[in-house]
Design a protein around this ligand. Structure first.
Ligand SMILES: [Zn+2]
Length: 305
């Protein structure tokens, strides 16, 4: 009799345990993000509730980045993976495809609408991935990530995530207004932004700048002598005062443009370094998205004024 009761009790305990496991949401512990901008946004969203790992450090070019063995381990151990999409992480497509069935994956650009995107003329049907240069558009992506993470969390954590997302996006709304105010120091003829690669299309559309890059939307595309001479002619014709190097692209390419202008008796200078596809070192103001945007706008306005 005693044994029977024990067996029954054990069976009941096992059963109830099973039911409990199915009903309770397994809390997210680790999130892996690709770019620094995403890592920064997600840290602001989840606070100290979860561990956030960023794969691409300062100075790393996401277009060329290949996952290391260590990255693969982090990705396999992650509960959630967040990446930019629109082929920004062009060499990691296969890795994401493999993990798709086993992991929660959030594609940051998936919450945007067709009208939000800038179509890329280089590759037909592809869209420009550099959405973080339009602060309002980035805010929309951050809200999307916050909503997706909230869906994956228990009620108590969900509330925290929703609150954090609101606080952080309020900071971003303010940042966007600051950018608009600062660029108003430049008149329309001064608003021509020339950089190493075509990363600033969204910046141009949002804040009324003509933008040109020596290389295309992706740094994987080659540039030739003709691209250099076309850009030189454009700079000379428009009497442009400054061009800008980028944190994730070698300075060499733009040096050729500066020298080409000099040969045509037009002095153009390097107006400074912009943080394009990566942020600055951790612990510096530029090591956050907000700091990176502030640095870029200040450098652009001072360089072109
Ligand atoms: Zn880029």
């Amino acid at each position: 009799m005693k044994t029977k009761i024990i067996i029954l009790l054990t069976a009941f305990a096992l059963f109830s345990c099973k039911v409990e496991k199915k009903d309770a949401k397994k809390e997210i512990e680790t999130i892996v993000c690709t770019t620094g901008m995403l890592g920064d946004a997600v840290k602001n969203i989840v606070g100290s509730n979860m561990e956030v790992i960023t794969l691409m450090g300062p100075g790393v070019d996401p277009h060329l980045y290949k996952a290391t063995q260590g990255d693969l381990k982090s990705l396999t151990n992650a509960d959630v993976i967040i990446y930019n999409g629109l082929h920004l992480e062009g060499k990691m497509g296969e890795v994401f495809e493999k993990l798709e069935k086993q992991k929660h994956i959030i594609v940051a650009t998936a919450g945007l609408t067709e009208a939000d995107y800038i179509n890329n003329t280089e590759f037909q049907g592809a869209q420009d991935p550099h959405i973080w240069f339009d602060v309002a558009l980035w805010t929309k992506a951050v809200q999307f990530i916050g909503a997706e993470l909230a869906l994956l969390s228990s009620d108590s954590v969900k509330k925290q995530i929703q609150m954090n997302t609101e606080n952080y996006t309020n900071q971003l709304f303010q940042l966007n207004m600051d950018v608009v105010t600062q660029v108003s120091a430049l008149d329309s003829t001064e608003r021509i932004l020339i950089t190493a690669h075509d990363a600033f299309g969204y910046f141009g559309r949002a804040y009324n700048f003509e933008v040109r890059g020596l290389q295309g939307i992706s740094t994987t595309s080659e540039y030739g002598l003709k691209d250099v001479s076309d850009l030189v002619n454009y700079i000379v014709e428009n009497k442009i005062k400054a061009v800008f190097v980028e944190s994730s692209v070698s300075e060499k390419s733009l040096q050729a443009v500066v020298e080409g202008c000099l040969q045509k008796y037009h002095q153009v200078r390097i107006g400074g370094q912009l943080f394009s596809d990566t942020m600055g070192e951790a612990g510096t103001p530029e090591g956050t998205y907000v700091g990176m945007v502030k640095h870029n706008v200040k450098t652009i306005v001072e360089g072109l004024k």
